[in-house]
Ligand binder design. Sequence first.
Ligand code: NAD
Length: 373
Amino acid sequence: MNWHYRQPVTIHFGNGTITRLKDEIRQTGKKRGILVTSPSFEKNGLAARLVTDSDGTLVTTYSGISPNPDIRECDACIKTIRENACDLVVALGGGSVLDCAKAAALFCTATLPAGDYLDRKIPLPPDRLPLIAIPTTAGTGSEITRVAVLSDHEKGIKTPLDTPAFYPDTALVDPKLTWTVPRHITACTGMDVLCHAIEAYWNIHHQPVCDALAIHAIRLVFRYLETACEEPSNPLAREKMAEASVTAGMAFSLPGTTSAHACSYPLTSHLGIPHGEACGLTIDHFMRINATADTDGRLNELARATGFSDPGNMADAIAELKYRTGLKTGLTRYGLTDTDLHRLVSASLVPNLKNNPVPITAAMLYDLYASLR
Ligand code: NAD
């Protein structure tokens, strides 16, 4: 088996790591940084504190980013970068902020609006501004991945973009920043971690380094996610979920995601289901589907390595974890018609579906969505 592994992001991990920011900016040699964040960090004062602590190297802030960032928010961020002649981007927030900041740092070096890149026909620019990423959720791993996910809400599309230029230079992972994440968002983001790890492992592009990282992350999620939901300031649970998020990010960044993520995009853009919860809706079902063709026994090995007797038992445990953390286990409340199901199916036929170990047909997707209805 031939494989390669690459992880170019320098990662600093631990409670209080955010205090390194000033030094990290100094090391870049840049003097006109922009802080990209969400309204909540303007409101709670953290954004202002970072700007004050930066000794004038953060010259402006853009905080107009909402969950599942829209291309127009990215364009507005780029406008602020240009108006202030910024030469560095610091991103503070959940995956939505990090992704929008990654895209803005890249697209601002060219002339096209963000929407032009979503259809993938236009090559992404090769270079970006220097980028420091500070995650405030334990979920996406965006701080260390080569992916940015943008939406065009007017067209109802959500698309992952992928290029090595999206790897940030530095990630400051401070688990303490996640203590304020509300219970439901903790559950959603934690389920995203689990899906990253499982999908990295069963991916047709799997490889041993990513397998090891995935197994580590899966064990941590089963051990600590419920506690992080129940006790938001539990230092160990929050730290271990942050560790799971980073290691799952390192696991999936190269192989990519698969079926559960493919289905998550329309579940989010058509039905408004938060990203991690949308991924979790189908992951246990795909585990049962993939187990039917586990000819090399890899899924059995995964189940045993993470504390389960077999993939069926692991799928049951995922369903149970969703239930206990208050995540959706079905789509009954949406009153979906047959036309709705067909729309979901066709919008799920995206490239990462092809990474699934069992080929997934439109008919299989229809049956799956119908079983959740
Ligand atoms: P998010 O960034 O959308 O944040 C969810 C909510 O939590 C927001 O309202 C946000 O303001 C709030 N929040 C964030 N941090 C907080 C904190 N510390 N305290 C209180 N509230 C806080 O959620 P997410 O799950 O982190 O990111 C989801 C996005 O990331 C989706 O668009 C998804 O497609 C994308 N994604 C990207 C990658 C990648 O590799 N780039 C991987 C997976 C998912």
